[in-house]
Design a protein around this ligand. Sequence first.
Ligand SMILES: [Zn+2]
Ligand SMILES: [Zn+2]
Length: 380
Amino acid sequence: MKDYYKTLGIDKGSSKDEIKKAFRKLAHEHHPDKTKNDPTSSQKFKEASEAYSVLSDDDKRKQYDTFGSAGPGGAGFNSQNGGTGFNGGAGFGGFGGQGGFGGFDFSGFQQGNGQGFEFDLGDIFGDFFGGGRAGGSRGTSRGQDISVDLMISFEESIFGVEKDILITKASKCLTCSGSGAERGSGMKKCEKCNGKGKMIEARRSFLGVVNTTVTCDVCHGQGQIPTDKCSTCNGLGVTERAQEISVKIPAGIENGQSMRLTSMGEAIPSGISGDLYVKIHVKLHSDIRKDGNSLVTDQKIKLTVAIIGGEVNVKSLDGDLLVSIPEGSNNGDVLRIKGKGVPLGGGKRGDLFIKLIIEMPRKLSKEAKRAVEELKKEGI
Ligand SMILES: [Zn+2]
Ligand SMILES: [Zn+2]
């Protein structure tokens, strides 16, 4: 596992400011523009950027602290093909390595195009780029991410659940399947880009004037446009509509964690859809709480049960359990019931811990008092 804190040379408890400072220092030291693309520095720069992209984001940092992964190459929580999965951090396509300028491709590196890092480079590299940002809008365009909140019960958070959520968002047009063409319509060459889908543009950058290929904004890179526009979406290929989306929430999810559903965010014409983030809120249970893989509950028992033992019904997420209380139990003693805790995968489960609370009788009847007097004589 990568230690992002070590990479930045900071402590686990570092503040956002300290994280930023540490990264800024490293980034300036190892920036490819300064080090003439020295491979060691490039590597360090990449590592520092990766660490910063995770630690500077509250959600990802929390995820990383909890699961030890929040980004590229992270543990297998990320979903494939649009299924549900843990939010493993945004994609990390930024560093092209070989392409771009002298081994460094900044094209995937801008905020907002979704393929790069999610922090403000202008803020970090202000002095390199003269206060501006790197590059222009190149690469594949991508729709907006959407974030929604979802409340689930405590039981659902422990055992996992599948939920349907209804959201209204831009989705691929159902009439034309996203092509933007009316049914039966042909396609014709886009005039603006002369059917190439791309155009060359001269741009000023911190490395001087660079010729850059940009995607045609008329045909969105397709090189073709429909002869008749789809009447449902007016040729855009996307429409705003309500959609029911099924979210698989894994067992053991914590309150406040987010799930990322790849490509379930806003769709855009001729581009990749954004992602959908579902933030999970877990309702508290009246009797049971979660502590890592364990479940913990308080159980009141009578004084007599504490003294001579007995059986009591304990509420658990698996229903009532008949638990025998050993004689001579003390207030605060904890009993462990194996396998009634949080599911761990592979059929295994954590344990349930029962903390005993002895109920002292407030009032004693005459007879009870007499009985206690007898006990007293016995030296109890
Ligand atoms: Zn359409
Ligand atoms: Zn075009």
